[in-house]
Ligand binder design. Structure first.
Ligand code: MD3
Ligand code: FE
Length: 210
């Protein structure tokens, strides 16, 4: 049975929910689909507009992909490495993202972008806001797989107090409405090994960017 009760839907903040273990049972199918995406558009270390190489390796699937380079942060329809369209979003990604969004109170989520982040041990994502999208009424859905991470969930300003959240293999978070522009970041991944993903954490985020 696909997990469908409410006792694992944990409120984090206004309009933000942690769906604990939501992906368990679909792990293998998700990883198979992920491998097909990565075969077509491999993980790469993008460069920030300031010239720093990110510690998180990234790729995308779906119509639009998030990229950063010397020109800035943006969504684009072609992969700058392959010069081709991004791989199609696997049906299992779309289905699970929509089910999760619906559980969190966003019944009409239709993502057009899917960013895949790969963290090796020591990789981190500094505190930031997600604001390269056009419609902030749409939520962001995030899948966590592999090694655990401590996620810092902040407020509307960089200085606002932060709540630390443990994100583990199989967890999904849905962020929308009043939480959509909150600052957030991922602390440096601790050494460890996951039975399926080894020394990696994978995070897959679904967004409506256009
Ligand atoms: C909270 N990724 O790719 S997504 C990102 O674990 C990113 O790789 C994180 O932040 C990761 O931009 C976690 C969780 C997330 C996404 C959007 C948010 C949290 C958010 C927007 C508002 C508040
Ligand atoms: Fe983010």
């Amino acid at each position: 049975m696909l997990f469908s009760n409410e006792e694992n839907t944990l409120p984090i903040a206004e309009d933000a929910f942690l769906l604990k273990g939501f992906l368990l049972g679909n792990g293998e199918a998700l990883l198979l689909a992920l491998n097909q995406v990565v075969e077509q558009s491999p993980f790469r270390f993008m460069v920030t507009p300031g010239g720093h190489s990110m510690s998180v390796a990234m790729t995308n699937c779906g119509p639009w992909g998030w990229v950063t380079d010397g020109q800035g942060y943006r969504y684009q329809m072609s992969d700058p490495v392959t010069k081709e369209a991004w791989p199609t979003m696997p049906a299992i990604f779309m289905t699970l993202a929509q089910e999760a969004a619906e559980m969190a109170g966003f019944p009409n989520f239709l993502p057009d972008a899917c960013l895949i982040n790969r963290y090796s041990i020591g990789a981190k994502l500094s505190l930031h806001q997600d604001k390269d999208e056009t419609d902030f009424s749409q939520p962001i859905v995030s899948f966590s797989l592999g090694l655990p991470a401590i996620f810092d969930f902040g407020g509307k300003t960089r200085e606002a107090p932060k709540k630390a959240l443990l994100l583990e293999h199989g967890d999904v978070v849905v962020w929308g409405g009043k939480s959509r522009l909150n600052y957030h970041g991922v602390r440096s991944i601790k050494a460890g090994s996951h039975p399926v993903l080894g020394e990696y954490r994978i995070n897959i985020t679904f967004r409506r960017c256009q």
